[in-house]
Write a protein that binds this ligand. Structure first.
Ligand SMILES: Nc1ncnc2c1ncn2[C@@H]1O[C@H](COP(=O)(O)OP(=O)(O)OP(=O)(O)O)[C@@H](O)[C@H]1O
Ligand SMILES: [Mg+2]
Length: 371
């Protein structure tokens, strides 16, 4: 099984007169892991629900396996939905059913499998997420981390080709988050499905995905290879990835320009951010792009890894020098040689694989000396 691409173009969603976001354009590359970030209330969950067809955007398209699910028939939508596994924010388990029955639920609802087959599949998925032996537990009797993993097992039983995770790490302690992140990477290596993770966890954003995106001011401010956001000089991207107060994002509304400029100046004077190593002159330091998590020993390599390396090698010319250097550092020698020889053509259909609309949406100018 190979994950399928999800191609989103010009997507706009409102509830009545309240616009949530406009003109969102991106492609989730097949089998790759993407993370979507954004301040609370920017419509990340609305975006995930739109991707599975639970909400209808009023403009734009979402193409999956040659079907635009914004416009297709109900019966076609029903078929496309079967490609998805969704891990909802709270695990969304039925409180009165034990874990076995919860995880078996989609199989019993959507397939005609025998109970023996259901049992085999449920136990296999429980094993994959480390829940063996917990079949008869009720959701109320287990920890939050176990509930997340049970939700994940349930999302896996129909062998999805696209998995959406809505804040899989919320409410977990840092060690459980680390285990969950490893589990996500391991699952990706085992099933090669396309993953999209919404998270507020900076560590997850920095080490798990192939691609990172940021929803901000009702737009997709940036989406692209992880190196693009991790080396970005955009104040809003830096503020988010470093989890700091200084920057354009305020508690409940946007700050005024003078305040942001004063904060950025003070931050520069202090020597910048620890995480991304942005120093007083805006130079990017060594730990800007930490290594991505590898699958656990004994597991196969992620098949998406080579596909992704080839894709980003063909995109090198699109990025500024800091991003291009970080990407180059991640490439194997053969691809690097081809990139240097200039024999790589831009990736097919690649125009949605990196977007930077930070200027178009009026993100405030940041400290750019040293560039
Ligand atoms: N079914 C709905 N009807 C009307 N408004 C809705 C509906 N669902 C979401 N909204 C509104 O859409 C906006 C975005 O909500 P959403 O839950 O997607 O935010 P979010 O980015 O996921 O936030 P958080 O990080 O806090 O989870 C909110 O203002 C919310 O009130
Ligand atoms: Mg949400």
């Amino acid at each position: 099984m190979v994950g399928v691409a999800v191609e989103v173009e010009g997507l706009t969603k409102s509830f009545g007169s309240q616009n949530i976001w406009s003109d969102v354009t991106l492609t989730l590359p097949p089998g790759e892991i993407s993370v979507l970030l954004g301040p609370s209330g920017t419509g990340k969950s609305v975006f995930l629900k739109s991707l599975v067809g639970l909400l209808k955007p009023e403009r734009g398209s979402i193409v999956i396996s040659d079907t635009d699910i914004v416009r297709c028939s109900e019966s076609r939508l029903y078929d496309v939905r079967k490609l998805f596994g969704v891990l909802f924010q709270d695990g969304a388990l039925f409180g009165s059913m034990d874990l076995f029955d919860n995880i078996a639920f989609p199989l019993r609802e959507h397939t005609r499998k025998t109970e023996a087959e259901v049992r085999r599949i449920v136990l296999e998925k429980m094993d994959m997420v480390g829940l063996q032996g917990a079949e008869r537990k009720l959701p109320g009797e287990i920890s939050g981390g176990m509930r997340k993993r049970a939700g994940l097992a349930r999302a896996l039983v129909l062998d999805p080709e696209i998995i959406l995770f809505d804040e899989p790490d919320s409410g977990l302690d840092p060690v459980r988050v680390a285990y969950l992140n490893q589990l996500i990477v391991d699952l990706n290596a085992q099933i090669d499905a396309t993953f999209l993770i919404v998270t507020h966890d900076i560590g997850t954003a920095r080490t798990v995905p192939d691609n990172l995106g940021l929803l901000y001011r009702k737009h997709l401010a940036m989406f692209g290879p992880r190196e693009q956001l991790l080396t970005s000089q955009e104040p809003v991207v830096q503020q988010f990835l470093n989890g700091r107060r200084e920057g354009p994002i305020g508690m409940s509304e946007e700050k005024d320009v003078a305040q942001v400029e004063a904060e950025m100046a003070a931050l520069q004077a202090r020597g910048g951010d620890r995480h991304n190593g942005v120093g007083p002159k805006g130079a990017v330091g060594g730990d800007a792009v930490p290594p991505q998590l590898d699958p656990s020993p004994g597991l196969p390599e992620r098949r998406a890894q080579r596909r992704r390396q080839e894709r980003v090698a063909r995109m090198l010319h699109e990025f500024d020098p800091a991003t291009a250097d970080a990407i180059r550092a991640s490439l194997p020698a053969d691809l690097l040689a081809q990139a240097d020889a200039g024999v790589l053509t831009p990736p097919a259909g690649g125009r949605h694989w990196a977007t930077d609309s930070t200027q178009a949406i009026g993100v405030l100018p940041g400290p750019r000396d040293g560039r």
